[in-house]
Design a protein around this ligand. Structure first.
Ligand code: GTQ
Ligand code: FE2
Length: 358
């Protein structure tokens, strides 16, 4: 029986008045809001969604004609979950995804911010990202991190447009009221100086060795590494005879070499191979995922919605929604990133196999 049914009239009136007076004091009785504090399972507002590269690409080219990276700060098309407003920066869960693009010769000036960032290259080659005085030239399929509060800028020194998927923990930073941002202004300069050789971070930290005379850097500020597509893809194929994960096939996490943990404190990133004819078991978990199709085609069932995807598409799986993947025709490689480190850190990560058997 609910607390408000079949009450004597005078008690009902007294309660209503009581609630009204509380409201004026910015107080709400828990018993009128039990659902927010006590629920059997997460009630997830985010919905599954797919953004197709064939739809994004023409908009990207139009955007390239209409606004410069200087005017835009960053020329990014934000992928906002249909359930949320743009100001939340929520693509799904605690993570943001956006498509950033630079036309030949363009640069995006240096800045830094408390949110952590990463890039996965969708198209083109020959653009660089510079982080804390070191550049890395990026190619399709490369994965690069920009940890919190590191100066960074991008430039396209090639003759082709360049596009990548930005991943940031913006929704989390905003939720914590801890989002800081600073433009680089040094004299007249908008660009940070480059004072480290290209590849410096890889040589110092990224090859299973470290300089023994140097203290390891703070692991939370993971080194500026470029996880090369050819190396990472090769790793998946080297392990292709393994069973892999029943839910994800041959899936490997990108790791921070300083501690073996995720590449950013708030975001873990993965690359996975779905072999020819592979169809994974369904499962669900409390981390939310942004998927990007790096190679090939296939499909994903998310709840009741089936997405058939191809190279360049980006789709999201919200928390606690059952999902399974398959390759179609040939093989497929999916890049993905999740807010799992946040859930893990505070004991909120939960996972369950699905009822459906592929
Ligand atoms: O490239 O620095 O998508 O600062 C959002 C915020 C990209 C970036 C985004 C950013 C950047
Ligand atoms: Fe940035």
């Amino acid at each position: 029986m609910s607390a408000t049914t079949q009450l004597p009239n005078d008690l009902k009136a007294q309660r209503d008045a009581f609630h009204e007076e509380l409201k004026a004091m910015s107080i709400t009785p828990l018993w009128l809001n039990l659902a927010t504090a006590a629920q059997n399972e997460p009630k997830v507002d985010a919905v599954p969604h797919i953004w197709r590269w064939r739809d994004i690409k023409p908009m990207m080219l139009r955007g390239g004609d209409l606004i410069s990276p200087q005017e835009a700060e960053r020329r990014v098309l934000m992928l906002i979950n249909p359930s949320f407003e743009a100001k939340s920066a929520r693509t799904v869960g605690m993570i943001f995804g956006g498509i950033q693009f630079l036309m030949p010769g363009e640069i995006a000036d240096s800045h830094r911010h408390s949110p952590n960032a990463q890039r996965f290259i969708i198209e083109g080659e020959g653009s660089y990202t510079a982080v804390e005085g070191e550049r890395t030239i990026m190619k399709k399929g490369d994965f690069v991190t920009t940890p919190a509060w590191r100066w960074h800028d991008h430039g396209n020194e090639s003759d082709q447009p360049m596009a990548w998927l930005d991943g940031l923990d913006l929704p989390f930073a905003n939720l914590l009221d801890a989002n800081f941002f600073e433009d680089y202004v040094e004299g007249d300069g908008q660009m940070q100086p480059i004072y480290r050789q290209e590849g410096d971070s890889i040589h110092r930290w990224g090859r299973g060795m470290r300089p023994a005379w140097q203290e390891p850097i703070e692991p939370r500020q993971s080194p500026v590494l470029n996880y090369r597509w050819t190396d990472c893809r090769d790793n998946l194929h080297a392990l292709r005879e393994e069973e892999g994960s029943p839910f994800d096939g041959i899936i490997m996490a990108y790791v921070n070499p300083l501690n073996g943990g995720p590449t950013l404190p708030t975001i873990s990133a993965y690359l996975q191979l779905l072999r020819k004819g592979e169809h994974t078991r369904s499962h669900r978990h409390t981390s939310s995922t942004i998927y990007h199709v790096a190679e090939g085609g296939g499909g994903t069932l998310v709840g009741d919605t089936e997405y058939l995807w191809e190279e360049g598409d980006t789709f999201v799986i919200p928390s606690w929604v059952e999902h399974e993947h398959w390759s179609d025709g040939g093989e497929a490689v999916l890049f993905s990133y999740t807010d799992r480190p946040i859930l893990n850190a505070f004991g909120f990560y939960r996972e369950a196999a699905g009822d459906r058997r592929a």
